[in-house]
Write a protein that binds this ligand. Structure first.
Ligand SMILES: Nc1ncnc2c1ncn2[C@@H]1O[C@H](COP(=O)(O)OP(=O)(O)OP(=O)(O)O)[C@@H](O)[C@H]1O
Length: 276
């Protein structure tokens, strides 16, 4: 690879939005989960998805990754309509997307190295190259000594780092984070948020990120990664990261879409209550 610190090669991404939902609906049995959802994510943007439990946030990410198909509407990713795509094409598309699943979703029987190299092994990348890339990416997530360990030997925060390493090893054009800080204590959560900010600011990868912690969402929106100092810092003068946008879902519908400033100044009573 693919030094994880260099920006992805975006030459093969057509210009225009990276993700477009046009009037997308999905139901399970008779239960509507997402209804008439339309939004788009521009290249280099970070879309933070908020909303109460069970409102369809994870389903939305799975639709982007082609793991679920909508009942109606159209989803375009990298300029391609993925709505009724053949599985082989969908597989190729997924190779360009890094997914950080809820609760890490590591394979317990595989070492950290084999978890992180999973996609490289699928692509039959030679073992020495794969090993080098795993080392690089584990350095990026500040976990170089965990390479031979099994997930059960790691803390929750370390497992989350491994999961991020696995998602970024292919240098994806799009990263989907499903609750990367879910279930972690506040201090560990901040270290994971710092890693997400680092990945965002070093590589400028487009991303969608679900979080239940409003504090994490606002940290993402108000901080940047200082490469020289190798740490996250607040944007000076109360600045806002302007590539950050918010989407708030409630009961399967979009109740807010816009910038950080628009979110915090919204007069919508439900939103004010949710954010309080
Ligand atoms: N494969 C599935 N089959 C049936 N129902 C499903 C499936 N996936 C999700 N659901 C249902 O869809 C609804 C939305 O689920 P989803 O996981 O997207 O919510 P969420 O907003 O991510 O919730 P949380 O914040 O708790 O993670 C829930 O009622 C869930 O039970």
């Amino acid at each position: 690879m693919a030094d994880p610190q260099t920006p992805p090669d975006t030459a093969n991404i057509p210009s225009g939005p990276v993700v477009v939902f046009d009037n997308v609906s999905i139901r399970f049995d008779v239960k509507p989960v997402l209804e008439n959802i339309s939004f788009q994510v521009e290249r280099g943007q970070q879309l933070i998805i908020l909303g109460p439990a069970g409102t369809g946030k994870s389903v939305l990410l799975k639709l982007v990754d082609g793991l679920l198909e909508p009942d109606s509407g159209t989803i375009t990713v990298f300029g391609e309509n993925i709505t009724r795509m053949r599985e082989t094409d969908r597989f190729k598309l997924r190779n360009r997307i890094g997914m950080v699943f809820q609760e890490s979703a590591l394979f317990d029987s595989l070492t950290v190295e084999d978890n992180v190299a999973y996609r490289l092994n699928e692509e039959r990348v030679p073992r020495d190259e794969s090993h080098r890339r795993v080392e690089e990416v584990l350095n990026f997530v500040a976990l170089p000594t965990a390479i031979s360990k099994f997930p059960s030997e790691l803390s929750g925060g370390m497992r989350r780092r491994v999961s991020i390493a696995r998602a970024i090893i292919t240098k994806p054009d799009l990263i989907l984070y499903d609750s990367p800080t879910g279930g972690l204590d506040p201090i560990t959560s901040t270290t994971i948020v710092e890693l997400v900010v680092k990945q965002r600011d070093v590589s400028h990868t487009t991303s969608l990120l679900i979080t239940h912690r409003l504090q994490d969402a606002f940290t993402l929106a108000t901080h940047r990664f200082n490469v020289e100092a190798d740490k996250m810092e607040p944007i000076p003068n109360g600045g806002i990261e302007d590539s950050t946008k918010f989407l708030v879902l409630n009961e399967g519908k979009i109740v807010f879409e816009g910038s950080t400033e628009e979110l915090v100044h919204s007069e919508d009573p439900w939103l004010k209550q949710y954010l309080s």
